[in-house]
Ligand binder design. Structure first.
Ligand code: GDP
Length: 533
């Protein structure tokens, strides 16, 4: 028990959220660099040998330069076990991001110093805020032109409604910064260019606020500006209050530059000190499960097939919520209703996968999935048989009819579509009794359709015929009397299909059509999320 408590206390599991291009890949890499998990960060490697960032697993991500899937990376730093959940920045993959956030205990919100709060930052912030995740903010790209830090703080407050407590503060004229002042250590840290372009751990000069050498290096004007800023923050700024941070009302704010490594180490250390250890989880029956509960429990938040083209395997990623995971263990799979052995348990250390002997609450492990797990599934010690709260489901907004180009490849096609649906990469619907071999695929972002096509060709050798449909709205249909559903009236401009669990769904062009149908079909209800009733 004591051992379990100690392990929990040392763990930090978080996701980085940001708008594309804010520097998430770069920051992730730098954290790995400081954690000793890699020795040379990818920014230099990429230029020299065309190798890409370590967290980009899929070929398609490299081609498009965006992170499509969320990956998980783990490293140790100063006695802490750090689990970073990487999330795709592109909005077309936000479903994946939402699911990944279910596995995090806190979030790091990354902001480009020149751009401030961007649309995707806003969306992701609200998801974290709704879940009351503590949010830590890192303002990146301090090495080049950036906005006035007071303006950025005001923007966080106005746009996101969150107050910020700056842990450090940029020194210099707006847009031309020399370093940062650490408000906790009361120490100045100045950039020192080592010509490595951020590939190595950065050297910097530090000194106290009254160090004559530092004052000289800054010049009197910058020094006076800094003293004024600090005074203003102390007088007019928020008090640091950990309870407000934990409730998601106050965000500790850091300034730095992931590319040049500036401020990365101090951010990491302070973050590990302040961020929450693995938190209790809510069960479907409303009860709370504490991580120190001795019995093992976990939930699946991500499934990924063919991560490694050399082994056509499928991995279910789970977050451990309580107890201890031990290699070779069998657990109760709530959704499947039986005991299963978790085989080939793995953890992910930069580019390498390692077999896990033991893992603890907050840890993310991947296990071999013979095709039995689904997103949101609960696993636990047989004594507990817990079920965690449901995962959010998003109604798709883009639809396409897909069928195999070559009917001889039908089997691979069906297998690919089914597996990608289980991964949660697409939602699949079927039209009944139409006599053609096709599926209706629903997605939230159009890029998901491109990924579907790419993956079916590359992983299943199946070419597609794809026709995008004019529908934009999907609703699950509920009626006490099932016959009403079979005889729905007014569906001229819509389509009745069935999801993978054989639940009826209607697809229509717009909200107006929904009302038109509702008026003509008393006794029918439309639901934005599936209901099993
Ligand atoms: P992501 O889309 O959020 O993962 O962003 P990336 O990490 O791929 O970074 C986007 C671009 O910003 C790349 O060209 C990076 O080299 C650059 N970048 C990242 N961090 C910094 C930084 O601290 N300073 C500067 N000047 N550029 C940065």
């Amino acid at each position: 028990m004591q051992e379990l408590l100690e392990k929990i206390e040392k763990r930090r599991t978080f996701a980085i959220i940001s708008h594309p291009d804010a520097g998430k890949t770069t920051l992730t890499e730098k954290l790995l660099l400081y954690g000793g998990a890699i020795h040379l960060a990818g920014s230099v490697k990429a230029r020299k040998s065309n190798k890409h960032a370590v967290s980009d697993w899929m070929e398609i991500e490299k081609q498009r330069g965006i992170s499509v899937t969320s990956s998980v990376l783990q490293f140790d730093y100063a006695g802490h076990r750090v689990n970073i959940l990487d999330t795709p920045g592109h909005q077309d993959f936000s479903e994946d991001t939402y699911r990944t956030l279910m596995a995090a205990d806190s979030a790091v919100m990354l902001i480009d110093a020149a751009k401030g709060v961007e649309p995707q930052t806003k969306k992701l912030f609200w998801v974290c805020h709704r879940r009351k995740l503590p949010i830590f903010t890192f303002v990146n790209k301090l090495d080049r032109y950036g906005r006035n830090p007071f303006d950025l703080m005001a923007e966080l407050e106005q746009v996101l409604g969150i107050h910020a407590y700056p842990i450090n503060w940029p020194i210099g004229i707006d847009g031309n910064y020399k370093g940062v002042y650490d408000r906790i250590k009361k120490q100045i840290e100045l950039f020192e260019d080592d010509n490595s372009h951020g590939s190595k751990i950065l050297k910097s000069t530090t000194g106290s606020l009254d160090d004559p050498q530092i004052i000289e290096a800054l010049g009197q004007e910058l020094y006076d500006n800094l003293c004024n800023d600090i005074e203003l923050l102390d007088l007019a700024g928020d008090e640091f209050d950990m309870t407000r941070v934990n409730n998601g009302e106050l965000t500790p704010l850091f300034f730095g530059s992931a590319m040049t490594n500036f401020g990365v180490r101090s951010f990491l250390e302070k973050f590990l000190e302040l961020s929450p250890q693995p938190q209790p989880r809510i069960l479907q029956n409303g009860e709370i499960l504490d991580p120190s509960t001795e019995e093992f429990s976990a939930f699946v938040f991500k499934i990924q097939a063919n991560m490694n083209p050399a082994h056509r395997d499928r991995i279910a990623f789970m977050r451990i919520c309580s107890g201890v995971f031990e290699k070779g263990m069998s657990v109760y799979h709530k959704q499947g209703g039986k005991v299963v052995k978790l085989s080939q348990p793995q953890q992910f250390l930069a580019q390498e996968r390692t077999i896990v002997e033991k893992a603890y609450p907050g840890d993310i492990i991947g296990v071999f999935d013979p095709g039995i797990f689904g997103i949101g599934d609960s696993l636990s010690d047989e004594k507990m048989k817990v079920q965690f709260e449901d995962f959010p489901v998003f109604p798709p907004e883009i639809f396409a009819r897909v069928q195999p180009k070559d009917s001889l490849k039908r089997k691979q096609f069906v297998k690919g579509i089914t597996q990608l649906a289980q991964e949660g990469a697409i939602q699949v619907f079927e039209q009944k009794d139409i006599g053609i071999e096709s599926f209706i695929v629903g997605v939230v972002g159009v890029l998901q359709l491109e990924v579907l096509e790419y993956r079916l060709i590359n992983e299943y050798s199946a070419q597609l015929l794809m026709n995008q449909l004019a529908y934009t709205v999907a609703r699950w249909v509920y009626a006490e009397d099932k016959k009403l559903i079979d005889n729905i009236k007014g569906l001229d401009s819509g389509m009745l299909v069935y999801d993978q669990k054989d639940r009826p769904v209607i697809l229509v062009n717009n909200e107006w059509s929904l009302n038109w149908i509702l008026e003509r079909n008393p006794g029918i209800q439309f639901l934005t999320v599936p209901s099993d009733v």
